[in-house]
Design a protein around this ligand. Structure first.
Ligand SMILES: CC(C)(COP(=O)(O)OP(=O)(O)OC[C@H]1O[C@@H](n2cnc3c(N)ncnc32)[C@H](O)[C@@H]1OP(=O)(O)O)[C@@H](O)C(=O)NCCC(=O)NCCS
Length: 229
């Protein structure tokens, strides 16, 4: 499997012969992608990560559409991150950052039953992936996969039988979740926050056409689940 890393190339229809691969700086997925992921270390959340967490959450949320063009991550800062974890320090044990060459390049946060969660009602035995994001320059190298693997391991250790998450239709991340064995659940009653997000994402392209292209087409929330063996 090959991945195009040359920024201006978009077509998938070229013949992937050696000359083409060399000319357009294509690298082999299995060799190079996994070697980057191999050199990434995963660290369970610690206070020292709060500044990086705030930066990454801000970047992630600011890339999303918002009614009236207000960036979603406008009030993200280290103090807010600290307040969240001070309310429930247990959440730090089910969250992690990934570090590449001494730089924090991504994070994942799970929520288990009994922990505060504004997006989803987390049942007993369920591990909900609240947020996952990788810095733009480190995406597509297997780091997100590694964080998801880590989260499943922790969930199993905590006795969970099921992983779950919500994703907005059209997000490329759906491909990753499907590859990891998650499947979309039949639509149920959409919760209030997602109705709000839906309005933002549908209205977003009209109000703020330069926002995240991942959300242009289908703004509805999709719930995905995976049984843990
Ligand atoms: C989704 C995300 C966490 C995946 O992390 P990653 O390190 O890029 O993932 P991996 O390299 O392990 O796997 C790549 C897969 O992620 C998906 N993906 C999503 N966004 C991607 C991006 N910008 N670049 C590359 N792959 C992306 C693709 O399905 C890809 O699958 P493929 O290799 O079969 O094409 C990361 O791309 C990201 O931070 N995206 C923006 C934030 C976001 O949408 N978070 C999810 C909210 S539900």
């Amino acid at each position: 499997m090959y991945r195009i890393i040359y920024p201006n190339l978009t077509s998938n229809s070229f013949p992937y012969n050696d000359q083409f691969i060399k000319q357009y700086h294509i690298i082999q997925y299995d060799k190079e992608m996994s070697s980057v992921a191999d050199s990434v270390t995963i660290e369970v959340l610690h206070e020292k990560h709060f500044a990086d967490l705030a930066r990454m959450q801000k970047d992630f949320l600011n890339s999303k559409f918002m009614c009236c063009c207000i960036p979603l991550g406008s009030d993200e800062n280290e103090a807010r991150v600290r307040r969240v974890y001070n309310k429930c320090p247990e959440m730090m044990k089910v969250g992690a950052v990934c570090v590449l060459d001494d730089r924090v390049v991504g994070f994942i946060q799970m929520v288990l039953h009994g922990m505060p969660c504004d997006l989803h009602k987390v049942e007993k035995g369920e591990a909900y992936v609240y947020m996952i994001a990788i810095d733009p320059d480190a995406r597509g190298m297997g780091i997100g996969t590694k964080l998801l693997n880590w989260s499943e391991e922790i969930a199993r250790e905590r006795g969970c039988q099921k992983m779950s998450l919500d994703v907005v239709g059209g997000n490329k991340a759906i491909g990753l979740y499907e590859r990891k064995g998650y499947s979309a659940q039949p639509e149920s009653c959409i919760s209030l926050p997602f109705t709000f997000l839906f309005v933002c994402f549908v209205m977003g392209p009209i109000i703020r056409p330069t926002g995240s292209p991942a959300y242009y087409s289908r703004g509805r929330a999709i719930s995905m689940e995976k049984e843990l063996e």
